[in-house]
Design a protein around this ligand. Sequence first.
Ligand SMILES: Nc1ncnc2c1ncn2[C@@H]1O[C@H](COP(=O)(O)OP(=O)(O)OP(=O)(O)O)[C@@H](O)[C@H]1O
Length: 511
Amino acid sequence: MSLLHHTHLNGERFLIDPWNHGTGIMRAVLTRFTDLDVTHAGSLIAIVGAAPAGWRLLRSAWYEAYSWIRQFFVASVTVPGGDPVNSNLIKWLVSHRPRHHRAFTGRTEMGRGDATDRAASLKKTRRSVQYAPHWDSRWFFHHGRLFVASRDNFSSSAMSDPAYEGVGGEQLTISCFGWSIEPIQNLIEVAREFADRQTQYFVIIYGRDRYGMSWQPKTRKPIRLLDTVHFDDTVKQELLNDIRKYLDPRTQRRYQSRSMPYRRGYLFYGPPGTGKSSLSTALAGEFGLDLYEVKIPSIASDSDLEQMFQEIPPQCIVLLEDIDAVWIERTSRSHSPDRRSERSGGSDRENSRANCTLSGLLNVLDGVGSQEGRIVIMTTNKPELLDPALVRPGRVDMKVFLGNITPASAEQMFVRMFSPDEMVTSDTIPSSIQQRSHVVDLDDIRDLARNFAKAIPDNVFTPSQLQGFFQLHLDSADDAANGITSWVEKELERQANSSFEFLENGVVKRV
Ligand SMILES: Nc1ncnc2c1ncn2[C@@H]1O[C@H](COP(=O)(O)OP(=O)(O)OP(=O)(O)O)[C@@H](O)[C@H]1O
């Protein structure tokens, strides 16, 4: 089809091309309705069209200039992801963000739900959404100085980690103008103090990340007082004094001057549910130490174990759980699987056998990195399976037995559960329940506790069993005191039959 059109204007016949024709109309329209000349509009369009290229040019010039400035006039400190200083800085940056920060990550809350939302906590169906500020690089002033914090190698997998705080987990570089890193060092100190203040009521528990590649803060537990872990009071005092003495700086100097390795090991042993893990966490809170959790059965190899230990900082508690799962080298896999199975109490334990060896474990316990003020706590339900080499003095300096509950401990537990401080009497508890929990006088509670303790047979139930009973009666001390005798009878019967109870169509059945 021809692109030329014929037209008549004032009786004349013109041959025009559509472009000129279109421009003519545009010009006519523009001049009619605005004062703009279309030739100027054309220049405007040309400028707008050239703007992106100009912008790109400016940007690359800026990057060039910035890298030049960085090279000669900027001091910087890079902190690797996963390092405690990294998370301290992130905490400080997040809480000192500009008021109008607009980029956030949104994630379903993985930790405890809103403690005040009783209905939600009971149903456990809805979790709140957690919003955390998000940025790649941020400029900010601190003490009159301009800093920039930039995150490198952001990986989206970090976001699916429950410990991810919206930012963090990646390498962080803090820069400022000048030739000295002193302002950055000061900023780091400020961030560390800030983080310490924020976490002083919590124990930070570190675990390996999902790929087993690095230590990550796994949970932050409110400090558990040692009074809430019930076991022999004399042993508790001995343990506390021992750790206190060990952490005293004078002890460290004495160890060093006598060329002794500065480390301390403890073994907590006893039946499941007697408080071995709880005691370890309570000690971490008592002495303000972070807790590094090593689950022996989940370690892939000796070299993994070694790598883990190399990355554990000094001055912390290392918790080696289920230490009896360590493969005992002397009874090699090929020679005596039966014997091992027999020693470990059955085929199910075979399945949970660790892949690290005894010598691998002894290596990391005695290795160079272990001599820096760490406390190593090993826990086991089966101390009789442990190799004597593992628990010899020097590796295990004190053994602490945590056993079944005594009537005296049961009495203390009762008082703790129902003392006025512990009883919640806020609006979150329905008034009907508040009326039932009328006993809040401490003397009354103590009386009830004494009667309660009389019903508890010595050394039969674990503290966690008793805790389970309290959980059913948290709203009323009276109910707990009245219900204990029948609970004890039922539990004794159940233990005698060593049966597992379950409900089927409303009928209690046992297997
Ligand atoms: N001695 C105790 N005093 C107070 N509470 C206890 C005690 N022992 C256990 N509990 C309670 O029972 C629960 C389980 O305790 P914990 O996990 O510390 O036991 P454990 O000995 O480490 O068990 P396991 O050997 O199975 O790991 C916790 O909620 C804890 O509060």
